[in-house]
Ligand binder design. Structure first.
Ligand SMILES: C[S@@+](CC[C@H](N)C(=O)[O-])C[C@H]1O[C@@H](n2cnc3c(N)ncnc32)[C@H](O)[C@@H]1O
Length: 237
């Protein structure tokens, strides 16, 4: 089989959280087709000592624990095949992304940018977050999935992975379904309907069942623009 278009290595202390999401639907198919290779690594396996400690108290005091740098540096460098002395080369050759509420906010543009890469490494924080040296010396990027705090980077890494993988050519069976989506040709997707034509008296717009493709296309374009104006005027600014 050919080399996968994209390799994603994910680093977490809760690797089992990825089991089901990576084994269903589009993410599963993308891996089965050999288009993407996704591997999850347990950061704890790279921690030293009898207790394989991955966190410690923050210097300067304060609540909670902070993820230690050494196991994360070891996990990422060893998995990607570099030594700690080769950090600069590693950072030039792969996008190493720390999931972080203070990072660049994920949007379709960033998903496209990352989808064009060949190699991504995603680092999932837990507790009060990750020792700052991971962001400064190992990560090339920090990415947030939105202005709210969740308990760990795992769900954020899955959101990013899903958004990126569906853009890899060949992953979706019909390429139009990417171009035709929200944030593609249309800023927001037009409303969609399926059978029944009449549900409790709520009818499907007549034009959609007219069989006139030109009229349908025009209706969709107008409906999509109306949606943007009404729901997300900020998208046109
Ligand atoms: C409980 S959070 C730490 C929050 C941190 N104390 C703060 O106030 O910014 C633990 C981890 O969850 C992940 N995380 C939480 N919210 C996120 C978001 N909006 N986007 C991406 N990752 C997030 C990060 O990896 C973070 O290190």
């Amino acid at each position: 089989m050919d080399e996968p278009r994209l390799r994603i290595d994910i680093f977490s202390i809760f690797p089992q959280m990825f089991d089901s999401p990576l084994r269903e639907s589009i993410l599963k198919r993308a891996q089965e087709k050999g288009l993407v290779h996704i591997q999850v690594h347990d950061i704890r396996a790279y921690a030293e000592g009898k207790h394989r400690q991955v966190d410690d108290a923050p210097f300067g005091g304060g609540p909670g624990m902070v993820m230690k740098p050494e196991p994360i540096f070891a996990a990422v460098t060893q998995t990607l095949g570099y030594s700690l002395e080769e950090l600069e080369r590693l950072r030039r050759e792969a996008r190493i992304i720390l999931l972080d509420p203070a990072g660049r906010k994920l949007d379709q543009e960033l998903a496209r940018e990352l989808g064009a890469e060949r190699r991504l490494a995603l680092i999932c924080g837990r507790y009060e977050g990750v020792d700052e040296r991971v962001r400064e010396r190992l990560a090339t990027d920090a990415v947030s999935i939105g202005d709210y705090v969740i308990s760990g980077g795992e769900l954020a890494a899955l959101v990013l992975t899903d958004a990126v993988v569906r853009l890899v050519p060949g992953v979706l069976s019909n390429i139009e379904s990417v171009e035709d989506e929200s944030f593609g040709a249309y800023l927001l997707k037009y409303p969609r309907y399926t059978r029944p034509r009449d549900f409790r008296g709520w009818k499907v717009p007549e034009v959609l069942v007219s069989g006139n493709h030109q009229e349908v296309e025009l209706w969709r374009r107008n409906a999509a623009s109306e949606r943007v104006a009404k729901l997300r005027p900020d998208l046109t600014r």
